[in-house]
Each structure stands twice: as C-alpha cells, then as structure tokens.
Ligand binder design. Structure first.
Ligand SMILES: [Zn+2]
Length: 536
C-alpha cells in the first residue's frame, strides 16, 4: 500500500500542469518536413542500404554525427569490434541408440551454428537430454534442470514458456512471452548449466514465423561481438530442430513423443534420451569494426543522470537484384526512427531553460545482426548504467498518419508505462498493450540490451486506431508493409507518406522525456517484471 501511494505521489508531481511555456517552442519544432528530409537522405540509394563495414556505414554515421554537431551536441563514435563467422555444417545429424542410427538432414530437419571460435566445432557423440523448456525461474517455481546433470551433454529444449503453451494467464505471464521463452535465453541457460550443446525445438506460433526463416538465417554468415576468450563459456553447438524431427527423434529413442507436448505441465521431468548425437561445422572468421553513434546533451542540476533515446542506424545494404532493385533502403526500418531521434535532439536544443538530467541520443550499429551495437554499449557503457534512468527506443515508425492509440511493447514491465499514459492523455490518446505479446517483441530491439542490465525501457508507438481512416485501414497498411516491404528492397521513401503520426509520437515521447528529465522520478521495474532483480 505504502509503495503504491509513493508511486502515486510521484505520478501526481510528474503530471502537474499542461505543457510549460518552456516546452512549447520545443514541441513546435517537430515538423513533417524535417522528418521527411532526414528519411529521404538516410534511405537514399546514395547511403547504399546502411550496411555496417561499407561506405554506406561511413555516410550514415557521419550524417548523424554532423547533424548532432550542428545542433550543438557533443557527438562521437564508439568502435564496436565484431567477428564474422562463416560456417560449413555437415549435412547430417546422426543419432545413435545401441546399434541403430537415425539420420536427420541439414536444413530440412535441423540447422546448427556456433559462436565458439574454433575451426572445427561439433557434437561429438555426446549424450542427448530432453530438458523441457530449459527454464530456471524460481519466481514461477519452475526448474527444468532440477533433477538432471547436463554437464558435457547435448540438451534439446522447447522454445516459448509454459504460460504461452497452456494459455493459463496465471502461469508465467500467460499469453505474454517472458524472457524465459525467448530463444536467446535458452542458449544462455543451457551454457550456465554446463551443457555442451543446445538444440531448440522450433514452433511457428511462438516464433511468429515458420522454420524457413530460421533456415534462411542460418545460411548467412553470422556476426557476433568479439570475445576475449572466444566464447568458451557458451555451448559449442547452438541449433534448431523442427517439431516433426524432434518427435521423430524422441520416438526413435523409445519415448512417447507426447513428452514434448507435456513439457509445459507440472509433472514434466527432464530426462536423458539414452542416445548420442554427432555432427560438426567447419568455420572461418573475419574480424571487423563498426561504430555506434552518440549525441550527448548535458543537463543542468542533475547532469550526472541520463536518459537514453535510441534508434539503430543499420540496415541490410545491397543484396541480389529483386525486380530490378538491390538496395535495402530501410526507410521505415529504421529511417523514420532516426529522423525521430534527430528531431528530438533539435527540440531539446530549443528549450530556453535547459533540462535537468542529461540526454544521450544513441544510434547503435548491427541491431539487425542481433542487437550487437547496443549490447556492446551496455557491456562497455560510456555513462554509468547505474545513473541511466531510462531508455526510450524506436524501431519502425509508420508514416501512415495519426492514431488515437499508442501501442506499448512489453506493457506492464516498468513505471514508464504510467508516465507515458499521463502524456498520452494530454494528447487525448490511450495506451494499448501489444496484442502480439506472445512473440516477445520486447526482447527484439535495442532497448532490450539496456533492460537486460536493469535499465527501465520503453518501446511504444502509434498503432491501428487511425483518426480519419479507422482500424481496418491501418491494420491493412501495417500488414502490407510487413509482407511486401519489411526487410526488403521496397522499404523506400514514398511521396504519399503522411508523417503527422510520427510528429505526434515524437511530441508524445518528447513530453515524457522532458518531464522525466526535470523530475525526481526514478522509474522502476514492476513487481511482475523478470528484470526487477537485476543489479546495475
Ligand atoms: Zn529495425
């Protein structure tokens, strides 16, 4: 009760008054014209699809730095050391039980890769263990590794968490994916348990995409942050197997394939499959360096405290020609968000009385390769994370006009939702939790690198309730974007864009950032958040 009233008082103080005079000029500086100008440049063919390590990178990071500098911000780069791994996997995964073999086929049944920096890596006849969801979550009384020793063994685990599978809303977070359901967690936990390898059973529903997406992802070379010890602490082989192949495998080992479906129930027990697995990958490595870009705007009274505004700058560069075009311009992903960041920086410079806390504008590299630039930053922070009050990130801002709703990805994670709600109400708008929260979008853009280290994070934008055209129209526009343009060469600037919604969202997030930068509020994770106990 006490805790609630303290938060309420904080919210009341925070919400006092409408926009201040000091804020007005800043708010008026957001313009569709400026946003259009930035997107047109950043998404032009001249920027070559903003691929890390190319001339497109040089042009992009210099453009951002020059814009920040013109505004009077302290702008600089942070070098991000990366390693590109190209793997040639064996085309078979051989399962051996007694004198019989089961052979699974690369790409049809499974894919494998490794971050361990050795020229030959593999599963070397190690014992297979089915470890359910591969989750250790004391707060939900769940431990798939409780009664089994997996040291030196190959674990096979399910993606998702048991809440999503059972649909029980009181179990984990029900239909909302917790971090325990995310595939990155599965590999991390298996390594913490001492497993030598970890293979995840794919599931269309939880991933939000089918196995062909996993397969395509595995055929390209992979980028990782450079690691001093060559990722010795990680599982040697990480991989995916289809649900059908996993069922075949379990039956071959003499088990009822229903143990897979039953893994979400409380009487599930992880078990050795009494069989071994063998496969290998030949690997080669190239070291590369890319750059994070920053614009730092120092505060006044509380200048050692920081709010981060982030939007990744990278896209996919130039690929094979599709319908005569080979450039992945990334106008919406993530040109619009970069324009939002630059416009927000400009707005802050219009304040007559400077904000109290400092603001760091942060354009990470290599988001598309797995949040690499932002992970590097949070592992090597330039400003202490303990003094980083919040991060506000954007990834895709739709140029289709204004909506009444503001969709919050990861709704319910932190107090930032409550602060956003206050600002949304001032705009006569309302908040909406992500209707697709089972896909774990909260773990899939740069704010997550901060969340993982305990910094409260917000990822929110316009959604479907379009002022003039209604929900159906907007839903169709989003669907069209996701199927025809997202991560394709057709994600380009278009003359009929309506950027008024991007301006409205920019003003919304500016109000939030401005008020937070002048307040004594320290946003916290909510009780139900899986990040509430992270020390920073
Ligand atoms: Zn993106």
């Amino acid at each position: 009760m006490k805790k609630i009233s303290v938060l309420l008082i904080g919210l009341i103080l925070f919400s006092c008054g409408k926009n201040s005079l000091n804020e007005t000029e800043a708010l008026e500086s957001f313009s569709e014209k400026d946003i259009e100008k930035h997107v047109k440049i950043l998404a032009s063919d001249d920027f070559m699809g903003r691929n890390p390590f190319t001339e497109g990178e040089t042009k992009t990071i210099n453009y951002l730095k020059d814009e920040f500098t013109k505004l009077g911000l302290n702008s600089f780069f942070q070098e991000v050391p990366l390693i590109q791994v190209t793997g040639e996997p064996s085309d078979k995964l051989i399962i051996k039980k007694g004198n019989t073999n089961l052979t699974l086929a690369l790409n049809n049944d499974f894919v494998i890769f490794s971050r361990v920096q050795k020229e030959i890596v593999g599963i070397d006849g190690s014992e297979l263990v089915f470890a359910g969801y591969g989750i250790v979550a004391p707060e939900y009384n769940w431990n798939d590794y409780k009664d089994i020793d997996v040291k030196g063994k190959t674990v096979v685990v399910l993606v998702n968490d048991p809440g999503i599978i059972t649909g029980n809303k009181d179990f984990f977070k029900g239909n909302t994916m917790t971090y325990y359901g995310r595939w990155t967690y599965k590999y991390e936990e298996a390594a913490r348990q001492g497993a030598k390898d970890c293979i995840i059973i794919h599931d269309d529903k939880g991933a939000g995409y089918n196995f062909s997406v996993v397969r395509n992802g595995a055929t390209f070379s992979k980028l990782y942050l450079q690691s001093e010890n060559g990722y010795k602490e990680r599982c040697e082989i990480e991989g995916w197997i289809t649900t059908e192949a996993a069922k075949k495998l379990v039956s071959f080992c003499g088990f009822d394939s229903k143990i897979i479906e039953k893994a979400a129930t409380l009487d599930h027990k992880s078990t050795s499959l009494g069989a071994t697995a063998t496969t290998f990958i030949k690997q080669s490595f190239v070291s590369k360096t890319s750059n994070n870009v920053f614009g730092y705007l120092e505060g006044t009274d509380k200048k050692d405290e920081l709010i981060v505004i982030s939007a990744h700058w990278d896209c996919f560069g130039i690929g094979p020609k599709v319908n005569g075009d080979s450039i992945y311009n990334g106008a919406i992903d993530n040109g619009t968000s970069l324009a939002w960041m630059l416009e927000t920086a400009e707005a802050f410079t219009k304040l007559k009385k400077k904000q109290s806390r400092s603001i760091l504008f942060f354009a990470p590299t290599a988001e598309e390769a797995g949040l690499l630039g932002s992970s590097y930053y949070t592992e090597n922070p330039i400003y202490p994370l303990a003094k980083t009050i919040a991060v506000i990130n954007n990834d895709l801002m739709f140029p289709y006009g204004k909506t009444k709703d503001v969709m919050v990805t990861g709704y319910g994670q932190s107090d930032l939702d409550d602060l956003l709600e206050i600002e949304a109400k001032k705009q006569d708008r309302y908040l909406l939790p992500d209707p697709n929260s089972h896909t774990g979008m909260f773990f899939r853009s740069d704010h997550f690198s901060f969340a993982k280290e305990g910094v409260p994070a917000l990822f929110a934008r316009s959604y479907h309730d379009h002022y003039e055209k209604g929900k159906e129209w907007m839903r169709a526009k989003e669907k069209e974007y996701l199927s025809d343009k997202y991560h394709k060469t057709t994600d380009e600037f278009e003359e009929d864009w309506d950027l008024s919604g991007v301006v409205l969202d920019s003003q919304l997030l500016f109000n939030l950032t401005y008020n937070l930068s002048n307040s004594n509020t320290y946003p916290k994770w909510k009780e139900s958040s899986e990040f509430k106990n992270v020390k920073r």
